[in-house]
Structure formats: structure tokens, C-alpha cells
Design a protein around this ligand. Structure first.
Ligand code: NAD
Length: 367
């Protein structure tokens, strides 16, 4: 089997889907790995490391991908690159076919067997392939570091000859994978950390990291244990309690998301107005519209002395470790497709059957 990997071309994308470590494993599994020169530059993996790991370096994306049976990527390749893939090629990455009808159509027209990894069922067996979790961890970490950087305060308590500095009060909105990593990061920096979520089980998770659970009296668990959108009454109640609380908080990191929907708007303009000057909000949900009414994706604004940052590509800011984790996730998934150095699809395996795009009719196990 020929595996092709090209440089990522999306703006701000520094991660890579195959690292020298996973390249070596793919080669050991019998694959030929064709890698575009400069592939790992953004994530600090030099070409020589890929050569050492057994890759064939080629000069262009076309050379890497045109004859590939299996293409591994982070972001979906541009439409013109997809158009030059082999008929029936297999494509694995964070492909988001629903986000772009033209891309979905191009994949379908070429008979590409696409595995958008964000569709993986989040079962125990899939954890080693769960790119949403591995990348959210880096995003939560970076979001909190950006908050610490923007804040005009120390995070930790300091006792100095110039007097005592009180620790910053940090609130994390949404305690999924990113939120919990943000809490852990703020804690390590010495802040007083609180978090809240609409899933009640997050109380224990927040507390186990040394944070305090902020109880806003709203519980909203939906399908698959994920959060569901709040009803109007629930939202009003959450907002009333949160607005009061935010007056005492120095730093807010927002991470709330509901699968398949735009980010819930949780921090309103009025709440921001009520915050102390010098407070900072970093909205990790900016990518999907933001949890704060003032969030401008990719930008930082100031409102009444409060900074509101909506950084994008957070996981890419930690491209080296984010790539190491992503590439291991991808390798573990690719391993489901490789049998004795060739591609084989076991459609009885729900990790394949539920991830593949276009979705398979559930009653057709044969391929
Ligand atoms: P996510 O990115 O979809 O959402 C982030 C968080 O925002 C979630 O915790 C959600 O409950 C919260 N949220 C949504 N609306 C909110 C609101 N109005 N107010 C406050 N918080 C709100 O979530 P995620 O980090 O991808 O994962 C969350 C879920 O997935 C959890 O149940 C987690 O245990 C599960 N999970 C399972 C596995 C696995 O078993 N393989 C792996 C990762 C995650």
C-alpha cells in the first residue's frame, strides 16, 4: 500500500498527520510512505527524520498523493488536490465533509473512501484514535496560557516585600476535554480556579483537578451523554447566576460546545460590562462562533477595560506535541485498515462503519 502525506495548506495549520515516529511504524507495517518535502517543518520535524524513518521524500503534493492508496491529513486537502486523487483512494483526517458541500461532492464524485475522524464514535476502544480529545487538550492548555499572558495580573498568590498579591480568580466555562485541561493549567499556574458545565459528572472531574465546581443550577444532558442546548428558562437561570458571579472573576476561559450546533452564547454583553476592568476573556469556542457575545474569531477586542480574545488554531500553536498525539491517533486508526501491508475494510467494525463518509446504509455490511 502507498501512503501519501502532503504539507498542510490551510492558513495557520502547522500540524502534520504523520510524524517520523508513526512513519516508522507504517513502514514497519509494510507500507510505502511518500512524504512531500518540508512536510513536518511547521511542527519541527525535519525531512531527514522522515528519511531515517523510511519515507520516500517527493517534491510536490501531487507526487505524494496522486498514486497514493491511503492519504493521511490534518485538515481536508483543497478541492483541486482532492480532484487529483486516485479513484477509490482512502482519505483519513479531520475532513468535516458537512462543512463544505463542494468538498463532500468532490469526495463522492471520485469515489474516495473518506474517514472524517471527528465522526469516530467516542467509545473506549476509540480513545486511542480520538483526535477531538487529543487536540482539545492542547487547545485548552494554550487558551489558558494566552489568558495568563493577556492578564495584567499574576495568577499565583505572592507574598513579597512590596506586599501580598492575591491569586487571580479564574473561571472555566464548559468542562469537557479542553475545559479540564484549561483548569489543570490555571491550577498549575497558581490561580484560584472554578469551572462549570451542564453535565453534572463534571463536578467530580473539576474537583479532582483542584478546582471548585460553580453550581449554576442547570443540568442539561442530551444524546450520548453530551450536553444538549438549554431551554429558554434554563438559559435565563444560568445567565442570571453567572452574571452576578462574573463581577468577582479576573479571567474567563470559554470552552462550551454542543455537538453539531454553533457554540452556545453564555457570556452576554451585559455580563462583560459588569466585569472588573483588567479582566480577560479567552474564548476557545471562537472557531464555532464563540461563547461570548463580544468574541471576534481570530481577533482580540477591548470593551470597558475587559479584553475578549477569540484565538483560532489553538492546537496548532502547540504543533509539535499536538502532531505527535494526532499522528498516533491517525496511526491507530490506519491500523484498522491495514492487513498484511494492504488495505482491507472490516465493515462489521463500528469504528469504520460509523466513521466512513458518505455514511453507509446501516444494513449493508458487505464491501
Ligand atoms: P465538547 O467540546 O462537545 O463540549 C465542551 C463542554 O461544553 C462539554 O463538557 C459540554 O457539556 C459543555 N457545555 C455545553 N453547553 C454548555 C452550557 N450551556 N454551559 C456550560 N457548559 C456547556 O465536549 P468534549 O470535550 O468533546 O467531550 C465532552 C463529552 O464527551 C464528555 O461526556 C466526555 O466524557 C465525552 N468523551 C468521551 C470520550 C471517550 O470515552 N472516548 C472521549 C472524549 C470525550
Amino acid at each position: 500500500v502507498i501512503i501519501g502525506v502532503a504539507r498542510e495548506t490551510a492558513a495557520g495549520e502547522c500540524r502534520v498527520a504523520v510524524t517520523p515516529e508513526t512513519c516508522r511504524k507504517l513502514v514497519a507495517a509494510g507500507a510505502i510512505v511518500r512524504a512531500e518535502r518540508g512536510l513536518g517543518r511547521g511542527a519541527h520535524f525535519p525531512d531527514l527524520a522522515y528519511v531515517d524513518a523510511g519515507a520516500q521524500l517527493v517534491d510536490s503534493a501531487d507526487d505524494a498523493l496522486a498514486a497514493a492508496d491511503l492519504v493521511l491529513c490534518v485538515q481536508p486537502p483543497p478541492a483541486d488536490v482532492i480532484a487529483r486523487l486516485q479513484h477509490g483512494a482512502v482519505l483519513v483526517g479531520m475532513l468535516q465533509p458537512q462543512a463544505d458541500p463542494a468538498r463532500a461532492a468532490a469526495l463522492e464524485a471520485l469515489g474516495v473512501v473518506a474517514f472524517p475522524l471527528e465522526r469516530l464514535p467516542r467509545t473506549t476502544r476509540a480513545q486511542a484514535m480520538d483526535v477531538l480529545s487529543s487536540q482539545a487538550g492542547m487547545a485548552g492548555y494554550k487558551a489558558m496560557l494566552i489568558a495568563a499572558q493577556l492578564a495584567p495580573r499574576f495568577f499565583p498568590m505572592l507574598t513579597t516585600a512590596a506586599g501580598t498579591i492575591r491569586p487571580s480568580k479564574v473561571l472555566v466555562v464548559g468542562a469537557g476535554v479542553a475545559g479540564l485541561q484549561a483548569i489543570a493549567t490555571a491550577k498549575r499556574l497558581g490561580a484560584q480556579v472554578e469551572g462549570f458545565d451542564v453535565r453534572p459528572e463534571t463536578r467530580e472531574q473539576i474537583e479532582s483537578l483542584g478546582g471548585k465546581f460553580l453550581d449554576l443550577g442547570v443540568s442539561a444532558v442530551g444524546e450520548g451523554g453530551y450536553a444538549r442546548a438549554l431551554t429558554d428558562e434554563e438559559r435565563v437561570e444560568q445567565q442570571r447566576r453567572l452574571g452576578e458571579h462574573l463581577k468577582t472573576v479576573d479571567v474567563v476561559v470559554c470552552t462550551a460546545a454542543v455537538p453539531g450546533r454553533p457554540a452556545p452564547k453564555i457570556v452576554s454583553a451585559a455580563m462583560v460590562t459588569g466585569m472588573k476592568p483588567g479582566s480577560v476573556i479567552v474564548d476557545l469556542a471562537a472557531e464555532t462562533g464563540g461563547n461570548c457575545e463580544f468574541t471576534r474569531p481570530g481577533d482580540t477586542i477591548e470593551h470597558d477595560g475587559v479584553l475578549v480574545a477569540g484565538p483560532l488554531d489553538l492546537a496548532s500553536l502547540g504543533a509539535l506535541h499536538a502532531s505527535e498525539m494526532y499522528a498516533r491517533n491517525v496511526f491507530n486508526f490506519a491500523n484498522l485498515l491495514l492487513r498484511d501491508g494492504a488495505l482491507a475494510f472490516d465493515w462489521d467494525d463500528e469504528l469504520l462503519a460509523k466513521t466512513v463518509w458518505p455514511p453507509r446504509p446501516s444494513a449493508s455490511p458487505e464491501q
